[in-house]
Design a protein around this ligand. Structure first.
Ligand code: NAD
Length: 273
């Protein structure tokens, strides 16, 4: 029998922050699966860390079956899922955003998180594991130089806040880690300007430390901010004004069938040919 405490899957694990997460999880004795669209880089990172690699596009819902097979092949419980793959657009003018780039950003940053949870939460529930999303300060603040990126990161922060209580009831932790600008390839052509400004960047290893703390259950907070030069800290949201109706507003139940409720059990009907 293996003495490993379990396995972990890291999307966008081939480079940048993800690679640091892979290294740290492997050092803790976890069997790590590097999941990335870049097959060659995923293989290299996996070899470095004694991990395995699986190449697929996180935005493709069907491709997640591949990840599930890779987890099953380890024969170990899935204790950590790090949903880290992401892309920026770098376009300040929404009117100029290329529709394909828009779809791509939504697909990787949002679909990749939702499909990852849909595919692997059942396994995390078996192990009492944790899912962690690499969100961003762009999910908590305005980002005039990339409004669409900010929209996608706000979307995943909203998902984590809204869904974490339901997952907690099933024994699964759900967290979002929100770093400021991080020293990785994602900064691309903006790097020289940031250097000129002397803008302090977060080290990828510091973001990885925060992600791993959530992934292994050492940090219980739902939303964690990582800024340069300070320890990771939980983010506290401001409340919103309540209504003034003369009577106290009742708490809403955790299940309420708003909209046209469709699910795996109740799918969207197929069009007749
Ligand atoms: N770098 C920053 O300033 C910064 C700041 C805050 C948050 N983040 C977030 O951190 C995460 C990691 O970014 P990074 O800085 O390490 O960038 P990076 O570009 O170095 O790494 C991103 C990784 O994701 C992979 N990837 C891209 N599209 C994919 C897809 N469709 N399917 C699977 N893998 C895919 C890439 O191949 C790459 O290995 C992202 O979610 C990003 O939004 C980055």
């Amino acid at each position: 029998m293996s003495s490993s405490p379990g396995c972990a899957l890291v999307t966008g694990g081939a480079g940048g922050i993800g690679r640091e997460v892979v290294r740290r999880l492997a050092e803790r004795g976890l069997r790590v699966i590097v999941a990335d669209i870049d097959a060659g880089a995923a293989r290299r990172t996996a070899d470095e860390a004694g991990a395995s690699a699986v190449a697929f596009d996180v935005g493709d819902p069907d491709a997640w079956a591949e990840a599930d097979r890779a987890v099953a092949a380890t024969g170990l419980p899935l204790v950590a899922l790090v949903l880290n793959a992401g892309v920026a657009l770098g376009e300040a003018e929404v009117l100029d955003v290329d529709p394909a780039a828009y779809r791509r950003a939504w697909s990787v940053n949002v679909d990749g998180v939702v499909h990852g949870l849909r595919a692997l939460v059942p396994r995390l529930a078996e192990a009492g594991g944790h899912a962690v999303v690499t969100a961003s300060l762009a999910g908590l603040t305005a980002v005039p130089f990339d409004p669409v990126y900010a929209m996608t990161k706000h979307a995943v922060v909203g998902l984590v806040r809204s869904y974490a209580p339901a997952l907690a009831a099933r024994g699964v932790g759900l967290h979002a880690v929100c770093p400021g600008l991080v020293d990785t390839a994602m900064l691309g052509a903006a790097r020289p300007e940031l250097d000129r400004l002397g803008f302090p960047l977060v080290a990828a290893s510091d973001v990885a430390r925060a992600l791993v703390a959530c992934a292994v259950g050492d940090d219980p907070h739902e939303v964690v901010v990582v800024q340069p030069g300070r320890d990771p800290l939980p983010y506290r949201f401001a409340g919103v004004p309540g209504g003034r109706t003369g009577t106290p507003m009742p708490a809403l139940p955790s299940r309420l069938p708003i909209g046209t409720r469709r699910s795996r059990q109740n799918p969207v009907p197929r069009e007749e040919p």
